[in-house]
Design a protein around this ligand. Sequence first.
Ligand SMILES: [Fe+2]
Length: 198
Amino acid sequence: MSASGDNARYGIAEFIAEVKGLVPAGGDDPGAAGREAIGERLRRLARDPGILARTGQGTARQGTHGMDIRGGEIHKEPDGTLALMLARFPHEAETPVHNHHSWGVVCVVAGRDRYIHWRRLDDGTRPGYAEVEVDWEKTLDPGDVVHFAAPPGDIHSQQGIDAPVWELVFFGRDPNVKPRLYFDPQARTVTSAEAIRP
Ligand SMILES: [Fe+2]
């Protein structure tokens, strides 16, 4: 078996080395096929014992979206590209509907996730106003992958099913360098806030 076979160690360093060959310069969106290819590698990384060992109950709260979301960034290039997160999302409440300023790929490591992708319908020209509707919804089990395109295709919400869910999330660019957009589908409003608010 070659060094890239299933029995070889495939950790964060191996994953990042491979995705460097898949992501365009500057962290631009590689398109659906590229995101699928990254998803295959993220699925492999999700089985790494080193990743699983990080999903313990003692993981510190990061406070993403002001919620009890734990974990956070485990890799980022000096220029802010290739940002890899390992995070625990609660089951008690759904995240708000939010954007990321980046395309991304998600793989569940442990637990189950109700994942909802949203689509923005208005043109964004009216301050504070936004219309969003559910584009698709999936139940994700460990090893399941979803991906989303660059803005405006980067809007989602999610919630653990019956228990917290741990996920690897890979972004072309660090999603936290500027405030995120938060959408209220019923009120048809959009607000802006820093994602990390412990
Ligand atoms: Fe998100």
